[in-house]
Design a protein around this ligand. Structure first.
Ligand SMILES: [Fe+2]
Length: 587
């Protein structure tokens, strides 16, 4: 979460997310969902029976058998098919793409063999590849398959199945379902490869961020799906750990702490039909932010002292990598690069795992700090959002991107990179969790892009729950030049970026279900930060970025009401940047 703002709703949200009074081990207050077909009266009767049995074992029924009965009922009710969590694909390369699934129905073995098919048509007549894979209990029966030797720039279809000899170990909704073979075959997923190097082919990139289950339905994904993006970029906050006071629907369980609790949260989110369908319809590239673990953590620093934080972080990271369709789930390699022919070269950054503690942080995490106040930490030049190793890696990638010379070099990261000071003059305050809290790191990153020879950059992100179009000003580089650059390097940086006051065009997507800045705040922010050209903080937000050789065009949308299923959407704003021009225009 990158901002704390003044709407009543957000005050409520932030009270829940960041209150120092919040107990670290919150548990659900709502009652657990009952299995379908089991009334509350029946459950009470069963519970009474269980307790009676515990005190009077001579009645003949075994406690274990009754517990198993309840457990079985629950399992059979929840798993309607062997692939309830759907399918997904991601990280497309020129000749390869990752396909993903998770076996539902709580398999009774440590490993299950599953089949997969990959075809060039939706009916699977033209089979391109197929195989077997092992779904293991140690990764909660999730499977990542890197399908290789594919043709560049084309769409494919894929699906998974449970072979007959493996089916007996999966529990389905009703025993009679076992005869229905289609329940052991997943839905069909659609995915694609990237264009070949040098291919002049446009990219339709969907953008999303910040999907809180409790705040609303994810209808934004339905609308984006109808627009048929080639690729979806998710900027972080795929799940939320916290509850919402005005919930439309409830998380199962409280704040996740254990590995199993994190896994359950992802499983719940993947049951959302809109999210699942968007995953099935296009490949995604995904980075994480803070809510995949806890609001405003930074690297190894929890927002509030917590004895076993690193273990909790490990569990959060493991569950994320199990459920995301990413190429290296075990390496936690969130930073990576996606090349789209000659048109786009996208550098994805991890702004959480290696982040230094927020400047002048207090218990509870990041905070607003007045510029006029003495907060020396903010001016420590070595402080980093990315960590030193990732900064060096990004520097190397920038050089390769310059060699690749794609039309649009893109930095895809979690949050707003443009300064967003609240107020002006001595009263101005900045939000210490975002790039404003790491000014030298921001300058260093962009300076390295300039030194590598990259031209005008595009920056995309999310986190602030507000759709924003912004001209990222040169001052973010020039005002905080890293002192370790040589005089010659500084001269080059100054010369290259002095031609125009804007170093990059930045587009930030709003929240899939979270609300951001209200209208009054957007207006004030734009007045205080004139490089912010436009903003809209309504929830249900998404965007479609269309990159071609001659133009970068973006359209921001939002659905009308995230509390209503099937709500309509509308266009909020359109922007266009012509190749070779330094600033965007309204389209
Ligand atoms: Fe968020």
């Amino acid at each position: 979460m990158g901002d704390r703002d003044s709407t009543r709703e957000d005050q409520l949200i932030e009270g829940i997310e960041a209150s120092p009074k919040q107990k670290p081990r919150f548990r659900a207050t709502q009652e657990p969902a009952l299995p379908k077909g089991v009334s509350r009266r029946q459950a009470l009767a069963l519970a009474t029976c269980l307790s009676t049995q515990a005190s009077q074992p001579s009645l003949g029924l075994e406690l274990g058998a009754l517990a198993q009965l309840l457990e079985d009922q629950y399992d059979r009710t929840t798993a309607k098919t062997a692939f309830d969590y759907g399918v997904a694909s991601g990280d497309p390369l020129e000749h390869a793409v990752i396909i993903w699934t998770c076996v539902s129905g709580q398999p009774q073995r440590d490993s299950i063999e599953i089949g997969w098919e990959f075809a060039s048509d939706p009916e699977f007549r033209q089979m391109v590849a197929s195989g077997r894979a092992i779904a293991q209990a140690q990764s909660t029966y999730t499977v990542h398959i890197d399908v290789t030797n594919l043709e560049s720039s084309r769409w494919y279809w894929y699906r998974f199945n449970i072979p007959i000899d493996q089916q007996s170990s999966i529990k389905l909704n009703r025993p009679s379902d076992r005869a229905a073979q289609h329940l052991f075959v997943s839905r069909v997923g659609k995915t694609r490869t990237a264009p070949s190097k040098g291919a002049v082919e446009s990219l339709r990139l969907g953008l999303g961020s910040c999907q809180h289950w409790e705040w609303g339905y994810f209808g934004a994904w339905d609308k984006l799906r109808q627009m048929k993006p080639d690729l979806v970029f998710f900027a972080g906050d795929y799940i939320y750990e916290s509850a919402a006071p005005l919930a439309v629907r409830r998380h199962q369980g409280g704040v996740p702490i254990t590995l199993d609790e994190f896994r359950q949260r992802y499983k719940q989110y993947r049951l959302d039909p809109s999210l699942q369908a968007m995953h099935a319809d296009a490949p995604w590239v995904i980075i994480w932010d803070d809510h995949e673990l806890i609001n405003d953590y930074a690297g190894v620093h929890p927002p509030k002292a917590e004895s076993d934080f690193l273990r909790r972080r490990e569990y959060a990271y493991q569950a994320w990598s199990e459920f995301m369709p990413i190429r290296q789930p075990k390496a936690l390699q969130v930073a990576r690069r996606i090349i789209w022919g000659k048109v786009a070269d996208i550098l994805l950054l991890d702004t959480r795992q290696h982040k230094d503690l927020q400047a002048c942080a207090e218990p509870g995490g990041a905070r607003r700090i007045a510029l006029s106040k003495d907060c020396g930490d903010r001016y420590k030049t070595k402080r980093s959002m990315l960590g030193k190793a990732q900064e060096l890696w990004a520097q190397q990638q920038f050089r390769q991107m310059a060699e690749q010379s794609s039309q649009w070099p893109v930095i895809a990261q979690t949050t707003l990179m443009s300064p967003a000071l609240d107020g002006h003059g001595k009263a101005a305050r900045y939000w210490s969790d975002g790039w404003d809290g790491y000014p030298f790191a921001r300058s260093r990153l962009l300076s390295n892009a300039v030194l590598a020879g990259l031209g005008h950059l595009l920056v995309i992100g999310g986190d602030v729950h507000t759709a924003i179009a912004s001209d990222l000003p040169n001052s973010v580089v020039l005002d905080y030049i890293d002192p370790t650059f040589s005089a010659e390097q500084i001269r080059i940086i100054e010369r290259k970026i002095s031609e125009h006051p804007t170093i990059a065009s930045e587009w930030t997507v709003g929240g899939i279900s979270r609300r951001g800045w209200d209208e009054a705040r957007v207006t004030r922010r734009i007045l205080d930060n004139p490089h912010l050209r436009w903003g809209d903080g309504r929830p249900g937000s998404f965007a479609l970025l269309h990159l071609s050789m001659d133009k970068a065009r973006i359209e921001f949308f939002a659905i009308e009401d995230t509390r209503v299923k099937g709500s309509n959407h509308k266009s909020l704003s359109r922007w266009q940047l012509d190749a070779g021009k330094p600033t965007m225009e309204r389209a």
